[in-house]
Design a binder for this molecule. Sequence first.
Ligand SMILES: Nc1ncnc2c1ncn2[C@@H]1O[C@H](COP(=O)(O)OP(=O)(O)OP(=O)(O)O)[C@@H](O)[C@H]1O
Ligand SMILES: Cc1ncc(COP(=O)(O)O)c(N)n1
Length: 312
Amino acid sequence: MTGRQHTPPGAGAARQAEHAPTPPVALTIAGSDSGGGAGIQADLATFAALGVHGASAVTAVTVQDTTGVHGVHALPVDVVLAQVDCVLADLAPTVVKVGMLGEACLTLAVARLAAAGRLPRLVVDPVLVSTSGHSLAADGVTQALRDHLLPHAVLVTPNTDEAAALLDVGPARSVDEQADQAQALRALGATTVVVTGGTVRTAAGADRVDVLAEAAGTHVFRSSEIATDNDHGTGCTFASAAAAFLARGESTRDAVLSARGFVRHALRTSAGWRLGAGRGPVAHTRTTFLDPPASPLTSPLTSPLTSQGAPR
Ligand SMILES: Nc1ncnc2c1ncn2[C@@H]1O[C@H](COP(=O)(O)OP(=O)(O)OP(=O)(O)O)[C@@H](O)[C@H]1O
Ligand SMILES: Cc1ncc(COP(=O)(O)O)c(N)n1
């Protein structure tokens, strides 16, 4: 080739993009939701929205839409572990998020990897039952999670029903009971536990309450409920957003606060959507959180830590 090469329009931008900083990598080990609202699909969309490269190990294929779960097909344990192995070896994720495991044998196999120190900064969303009421966990999963996997987690994110099931007690009837359950779960060995989705009736409607338990104490985050029919997958989105913020370098407590802000923004953004005949997905990727790219981790995601009465 002779002379100066022709530079096509936009090539400068393309070259710049080639030199974008390497993103952090997170691995999600979770089930597929064919409707795209929860599970692997929610996790990867959330990672992408937050500038984190998402790798995935699929544990099960669910036949699912916004109206419910119509079938669950577990993948063989060795197929799941092969996905995890190759991602760990090649992409070196710095955070691993676990969602639906489905079967006790897989839960135990993942716990063995965690015990061997192979799952860095483990975030566990102990998925047991879908919001639509379909079981996503076979016999023995609850016990395997409680006795073998949770003790290795830096963060566990049960909703109030999952917390009660893991502790084999009734659902919390007050914020104090929700806090007691968060601390009781933490006593099983996880560094931090946040029990999500408590509801407190108010004169104006309702508040949603998440309670975080850590070594330093218990923190209650309380905000007004967002009126929407599109709340399918909020738990997966919350846990994967927390994993993404951990991967971006935030402390666990800050990552939880940022994840809360992300989910609330996603809920608000999708509140007017009509996707499917049932409870639609939240707006995982229609967020403007990280715009402009400069100082991406400041407002409006983060909010000061408060006990009682977090930002609305
Ligand atoms: N309608 C709502 N308004 C405000 N916050 C909400 C609403 N629904 C869920 N959240 C928040 O979303 C986060 C995770 O929600 P939640 O506890 O409902 O998870 P989950 O029950 O595991 O969700 P899912 O099972 O649907 O994936 C929490 O911070 C919770 O407070
Ligand atoms: C594959 C998969 N993982 C997790 C959930 C929980 O989400 P939800 O409680 O919103 O149904 C789900 N429905 N499907």
